[in-house]
Design a protein around this ligand. Structure first.
Ligand code: FAD
Length: 465
C-alpha cells in the first residue's frame, strides 16, 4: 500500500512484535512509547511488571525466534539459561514433590528486561521501524463519519514539546492492561466491546538475589529453580525461585484468594519460611539480596471481545494485554503477544493492508487463539472458591487437568510432554482429548493404582537424568 503508515501505541513486547510484522507490509511503521527506552535492561515505569518473574513458554520462545531470527542465540549470549522445567526445577505439587523427569520442553529463563532489550535490538537491526520513545499518545485522530475510522494518533513528547498529530493508515493499540484507547473512543461516542473479567484476588511480592557461587552451594542442591504450588484452602500461597542472567535469582511469592503477600523485608522472609516447604527460605539464606520487595496487585484476567464489537472503527487493531491480560502466574502474556503478531502477519498476507475486513478477520483469528490460554488460566483460577467472574465451560475439567493429569503424566514421558505442550501453548487443549491420549491416561491411572505413587513426600535427591 503506497504511502501507508502504521502506528503502534506502546513499545513493549506486544508492540515490538506487531511492529515486526507491519514492517514488511506498510511503507512506514512508527512505534510510540511513553517511556524513555533504556539501552540496557534497567526497569522503566511503563512496565512495572518487569520487576517480577517472567516465564517464557516454549511456544513463545519459538514464535519470537520466528519473528526475530537470532532471538535465541542473542538471549543465550546475554546469559539466559536454558532449562527443562520438569528436569531442572524442584516442584512441589499439591500432592507432593514431583519426580525429576525430562519433559523434553526446554525453554529460556531470563529477566523480562533482558528479553525486551533483545527483542528491541533485533527490531532495530532487522527492520526500518522508527521507535519514538519518551512520547505519549494522548488521543486518537478520528474520522466521525459513519462508519467511524481511526486516522492517526495525537502525541506529545515527554520533555514538554508541542502536541502533534501523527497521521496513520492503521493504528495498533499495544499499550497494555491500562490502555486508554477504548476510553477515548467511548468519549467520542463509540461504545467499547464487551469484556470478561475473572478475578482470583491474587497478588505478587518479589525480591531479587545474587545466587551463591556454584562452589559454595550445598551438595544436595541439584535443582536450578524451585516451584511451589498453592493448595486450597489452607495454603493459598505459591512461590517460585527463577534463575536469570548474571547468576541472579528472582523469588516471587503469589497469594491467591485475597492472601496478599507482604512487601516488607521481614514479612517477606517470614512468608518464605511459612511456605509448604522451607526450600526457598533456606536457599535465600545463602544468597545476597539485590532489591527491596516489590509488590504487584492487579492480577485479574481480562478479555476484551474485539471480535464481537459492532461499533469497531476502521483503521484500528489491538494486541497483547490491551486485548487479553491473564493472571500472570501461568506465564502466558508474552507468548500470546508473539502469537498474535504471527496471526496478524498471516491475516495481512491473506487480505492485504487496505482490505476493509482486516480488523474483523484479525480480531476473530486472535480471539480464536486466545480462547485456550484464557480457559487454562481462568479454569485453574477457579480452584479457589473465592475466584469471581464467568466460569469457562471446561472449568471443572481444566481444574482436574491442573491437579491430576500432571500427576499421572509424570509416570509417562509421552503424556508428560503432551500435557506440557498444552500448558506451553504448543498444542491446543483439544489435543488432550485425542484418541491417542485416552489410553495413555487410562494406563497411567492403572499404573498408579498398582504401585506406590511416584509423587514424593521428600524432595528427590537424584542425579540429572
Ligand atoms: C506481575 C506480572 C507478571 C507477569 N509475568 C509474566 C510471565 O511470567 N510470562 C509472560 O509471558 N507474561 C507475564 N506477564 C504479562 C506480560 O508482562 C505481558 O503480557 C507482556 O508484557 C505483553 O504486554 P503488552 O506489550 O501488551 O503490554 P505492556 O508490557 O504492559 O506494555 C505496554 C506499553 O505501552 C506503553 N504505553 C502505555 N500507554 C501509552 C501511551 N498512552 N502512549 C505511549 N505508550 C504507552 C507502556 O509504557 C508500555 O511500554 C506478567 C504480567 C504481570 C503484571
Amino acid at each position: 500500500m503506497r504511502g501507508a503508515h502504521a502506528v503502534v501505541v506502546g513499545g513493549s513486547v506486544a508492540g515490538l512484535c506487531a511492529a515486526r510484522v507491519l514492517a514488511g507490509v506498510y511503507d512506514r511503521v512508527t512505534v510510540v512509547e511513553r517511556d524513555a527506552l533504556p539501552d540496557g535492561t534497567t526497569s522503566r515505569p511503563g512496565v512495572p511488571q518487569a520487576r517480577h518473574v517472567h516465564a517464557l513458554l516454549v511456544r513463545g520462545r519459538r514464535e519470537l525466534e520466528r519473528l526475530f531470527p537470532g532471538f535465541d542465540a542473542a538471549m543465550r549470549a546475554a546469559g539466559a539459561q536454558e532449562l527443562d522445567f520438569a528436569r531442572d526445577f524442584a516442584t512441589l505439587r499439591p500432592q507432593g514433590w514431583g519426580p525429576r523427569v525430562d519433559a523434553r520442553l526446554p525453554t529460556l529463563y531470563a529477566s523480562r528486561g533482558l528479553l525486551e532489550r533483545v527483542v528491541r535490538d533485533l527490531l532495530r537491526r532487522q527492520t526500518p521501524v522508527t521507535l519514538r520513545d519518551a512520547t505519549v499518545v494522548e488521543g486518537l485522530v478520528l474520522d466521525g463519519a459513519a462508519p467511524a475510522a481511526v486516522r492517526g494518533v495525537r502525541v506529545r513528547r515527554r520533555d514538554g514539546g508541542a502536541p502533534e498529530a501523527l497521521a496513520a493508515t492503521l493504528v495498533v493499540d499495544a499499550s497494555g492492561r491500562g490502555s486508554r484507547v477504548l476510553g477515548w473512543l467511548e468519549a467520542a461516542g463509540i461504545p467499547p466491546p464487551a469484556e470478561d473479567v475473572v478475578d482470583p484476588y491474587a497478588a505478587y511480592a518479589t525480591r531479587w538475589y545474587q545466587a551463591p557461587p556454584p562452589a559454595s552451594r550445598p551438595a544436595e542442591w541439584w535443582w536450578r529453580g524451585v516451584w511451589i504450588d498453592p493448595v486450597e484452602p489452607h495454603h493459598p500461597t505459591a512461590a517460585v525461585l527463577f534463575p536469570v542472567e548474571d547468576d541472579r535469582w528472582i523469588v516471587t511469592v503469589a497469594g491467591f484468594a485475597g492472601r496478599q503477600p507482604p512487601t516488607d523485608v521481614d514479612g517477606f522472609t517470614t512468608a518464605l519460611e511459612r511456605l509448604r516447604s522451607p526450600i526457598i527460605a533456606d536457599a535465600v539464606r545463602h544468597a545476597a539480596p539485590l532489591s527491596p520487595v516489590h509488590g504487584y496487585g492487579d492480577m485479574r484476567n481480562r478479555f476484551r471481545h474485539f471480535e464481537r464489537w459492532p461499533a469497531a472503527p476502521r483503521g484500528l487493531l489491538a494486541a497483547g494485554d490491551a486485548v487479553c491480560a491473564f493472571n500472570p502466574v501461568y506465564g502466558q502474556g508474552m507468548t500470546c503477544a508473539a502469537v498474535s503478531a504471527t496471526l496478524l502477519r498471516a491475516t495481512l498476507a491473506a487480505l492485504g493492508p487496505d482490505h476493509p475486513e482486516l480488523p474483523t478477520r484479525f480480531f476473530a483469528t486472535q480471539a480464536g487463539f486466545l480462547r485456550d490460554p484464557w480457559d487454562l488460566a481462568t479454569g485453574a483460577d477457579f480452584r479457589f472458591g473465592t475466584t469471581a467472574g464467568p466460569r469457562p465451560a471446561l472449568a471443572a475439567l481444566l481444574r482436574r487437568l491442573a491437579d491430576g493429569l500432571f500427576e499421572i503424566a509424570t509416570d509417562d514421558p509421552d503424556l508428560l510432554t503432551r500435557v506440557g505442550e498444552v500448558l506451553n501453548l504448543v498444542r491446543p487443549v483439544r489435543d488432550l482429548f485425542l484418541p491417542d491420549v485416552a489410553p495413555l491416561v487410562a494406563a497411567g491411572a492403572l499404573r498408579r493404582a498398582l504401585r506406590p505413587r511416584r509423587v514424593l513426600r521428600q524432595l528427590p535427591a537424584v542425579p540429572a537424568p
